[in-house]
Ligand binder design. Structure first.
Ligand code: NAP
Length: 284
């Protein structure tokens, strides 16, 4: 049976580390600050934003929330981002996705000062990541690397398979595994022989968004299986992409959903906000 990687425990350690750094900054008169912009009334987004606010309180990070109505225009959002870019209390800016239809999310992300782009979604930060010269690591993939490290999973030289090629998870995940000297294969909806490719993975990361997508027979004995997926099963219960009960019989270690990657994403956001504050004060 696989070792279950406890994402809550690892996230608590990362947040404690960020809190310690925030406290050291406070002694020098610097308080890291995060501004979260949310538009409309998507219930999942509301939960994420509340969790981020709570994590800020726990970590000693000042937070501001801008909850804007559905009909907010692109121009109003751009003005807000511009104001936050110049606000010295704010070290990091995050625009909660998804935005209501009609708003140009990419243009908003590009309007954020790259030094305040704590999600690391700005093309400047994406380019820096490609070159291995990143200021911020994208939160979810960075959280996955922390989880692998916490379980003492060696990445260097290992076959790593990432299922999913989105800008926010799959692509940066593959890049980070490669930076850690893994040999990386990226799979997507047009990949042929996906199950066979997965069976060759020492490290299998699934970021598809389909419950039960990774079945037990796709897992190599002893593999590290990281489930990024956040889905609802037929009873409305939160679940990942991996058929956990099957996969845990074969895997060497595995993340559960909930309690795996999810808590790490917020913990890494706290870390990035502290890093942003240091960067803006010339302290790193
Ligand atoms: P996304 O943008 O929808 O991307 C999904 C990816 O899965 C795409 O690259 C797609 O391939 C691929 N895919 C879909 N069907 C497939 C199939 N049958 N075979 C192989 N690949 C397939 O989703 P995302 O934003 O990356 O998120 C993925 C999942 O992670 C979601 O469940 C999301 O909720 C979750 N998530 C969790 C966290 C967290 O903190 N835990 C953070 C972010 C996202 P194509 O490119 O070919 O369409």
């Amino acid at each position: 049976m696989a070792v279950i990687i406890d994402g809550k425990a690892v996230a608590a350690r990362v947040k404690a580390r960020a809190a310690k750094e925030a406290a050291a900054l406070a002694e020098r008169g610097v308080t890291p600050g995060l501004a979260v912009v949310i538009v409309g009334s998507d219930p999942a987004s509301r939960i994420y934003v509340n969790n981020k606010k709570k994590a800020c309180q726990e970590t000693g990070i000042y937070s501001e929330e801008y909850a804007l109505p559905e009909g907010t225009s692109q121009g109003e959002l751009l003005s807000l981002v511009e104001r936050l870019n110049h606000d010295p209390k704010i070290s990091g800016i995050l625009v909660q996705s998804p935005l209501p239809g009609g708003l140009d999310e990419a243009a908003l992300v590009e309007a954020i000062d790259p030094k305040k782009d704590v999600d690391a979604f700005h093309p400047y930060n994406v380019g820096k990541l490609m070159q291995g010269r990143q200021i911020f690591l994208p939160c979810t993939p960075a959280g996955v690397i922390e989880l692998l490290n916490s379980a003492n999973v060696e990445i260097a030289g290992k076959n790593c398979v990432v299922i999913g090629r989105s800008d926010i998870v799959g692509k940066p995940m593959a890049m980070l595994l490669m930076q850690n000297n893994g040999t990386v294969t990226i799979c997507h909806s047009k990949t042929q022989n996906l199950a066979e490719i997965c069976r060759g993975a020492d490290i299998l990361v699934s970021a598809v968004g389909k419950a039960g997508f990774v079945t037990g027979d796709m897992v190599k004995p002893g593999a590290a299986v990281i489930d990024v997926g956040m889905n609802r099963d037929e009873n409305g219960k939160l679940c990942g992409d991996v058929a956990f009960k099957e996969a845990e019989k074969t895997a060497g270690c595995i993340t559960p959903v909930p309690g795996g990657v999810g808590p790490m994403t917020i913990a890494m956001l706290m870390q990035n906000t502290v890093t942003a504050a240091k960067l803006q004060k010339g302290l790193c």
